[in-house]
Design a protein. Structure first.
Length: 376
């Protein structure tokens, strides 16, 4: 019986008493449900017609009101093409605060765009790196990256905190890390997760871009099989997207003080280590930043996030970007797992973009301001 495991990321993490979310093909429910009853496994149907839910999100796209970019709608999901047009537009319109550049090319030859955001107030400034969309199907990620940029530009004049952040820091924002996979999730398979590189021997596509980093590569929580969702790739940084970002981060490691990566779903704020159960040297600073960020987030709508080391809070996974960033000298490395906890899963409705981004914004500002205060 072929099922698509949504949560946890790998079958290895399914343990007794824990909840697993699976997507089941339409014709398989007839055999699966009696089996679950027979084995006394409790289940709930969260989304009864997944196809309908998908169409509600990507249907009416073509004739949707695609007004000029000045009226860009941040409360809907955007295709890769729309996001790139939006980046070009900002680069032209806000040249005092935004500089757009590419760190390389994807496997299919698409540019890997990053926005550098901040006041050119002094030659050397500390920086924060933010990436979204390492996993293609997690659409709320890229939506948040766009939201963050919008908020920065709109509140820069009026909000003293934002002004401080953009004056004292640069933000490197990568709205779509896995451009090929994201595009594919719009055109072919809404639940695609990996990159789109080809594997000749297995005729499977893609590598998990969050298992492809050179930190305990392909150890626990990653798969050696090219057809698996958590496939670590043939070697570390085999994916051009990972290699390009790793190269950029290495080059700027003295400047970059925080690494923030946005995923979905689980409602968690995670910090290193992901690949082992151990306490990081600057645990107190990072833990207090996480605690305050989660409280700030909850203050908006009462949504509770769990926080802690990724290995014990979520599960052990090797070769992640967050561990890599930390190991390469970036003292604050976090991975957000945004809404929800499984009711909608990867199909978070567009009506929830605004509340999700609003609360997440509070957490990110909190972490950033924490960064500007010295923590010992």
């Amino acid at each position: 019986l072929q099922v698509d495991l949504w949560q946890p990321g790998s079958p290895l993490h399914i343990i007794e008493g824990a909840v697993a979310d699976v997507r089941v093909p339409q014709n398989a429910t007839r055999s699966l449900l009696p089996f679950l009853q027979q084995e006394n496994i409790q289940y709930t149907v969260l989304i009864s017609d997944l196809q309908q839910a998908i169409e509600n999100q990507t249907g009416g796209r073509s004739h949707r009101n695609r007004r000029s970019l000045s009226g860009y709608n941040y409360e809907v999901y955007h295709s890769l093409e729309e996001i790139e047009d939006w980046m070009y537009y900002l680069n032209r319109t806000y040249s005092d605060l935004i500089h757009m550049f590419s760190v390389g090319k994807s496997y299919e030859g698409r540019p890997l765009y990053v926005l550098k955001l901040g006041k050119r107030s002094r030659p050397y400034k500390k920086a924060v790196w933010i990436d979204c969309g390492i996993h293609a199907r997690e659409w709320i990620g890229p939506a948040f990256c766009q939201w963050f940029v919008k908020e920065a530009l709109q509140t820069y004049q009026t909000d003293p905190d934002m002004r401080k952040m953009l004056t004292q820091l640069y933000f490197y924002i990568m709205p779509v890390f896995n451009v090929d996979g994201y595009h594919f999730s719009w055109t072919h398979d809404r639940f695609w997760r990996k990159t789109r590189s080809k594997n000749m021997r297995f005729h499977c596509h893609g590598v998990d871009a969050n298992r492809n980093w050179k930190v305990k590569w392909c150890d626990e929580g990653a798969s050696l099989h090219p057809c698996d969702d958590t496939y670590c790739g043939p070697f570390p940084e085999s994916e051009p997207e990972v290699k390009a970002v790793a190269h950029f981060l290495r080059k700027h490691r003295k400047q970059i003080k925080a690494y923030l990566s946005f995923h979905a779903y689980a409602q968690m704020l995670l910090y290193p280590y992901s690949y082992k159960y151990a306490t990081i040297p600057n645990f107190n600073c990072v833990e207090s930043a996480a605690y305050n960020a989660v409280n700030a987030l909850q203050s908006a709508y009462g949504v509770r996030y769990r926080y802690g080391p990724a290995s014990s809070t979520l599960y052990v996974s090797s070769g992640s970007s967050m561990d890599w960033a930390y190991k390469n000298g970036i003292p604050y490395a976090f991975a957000f797992e945004l809404r929800d906890t499984g009711h909608f899963g990867f199909l978070l409705p567009e009506t929830l973009i605004k509340p999700t981004c609003t609360e997440t914004m509070l957490a990110v500002k909190n972490i950033t301001l924490h960064l500007l205060k010295k923590c010992h």
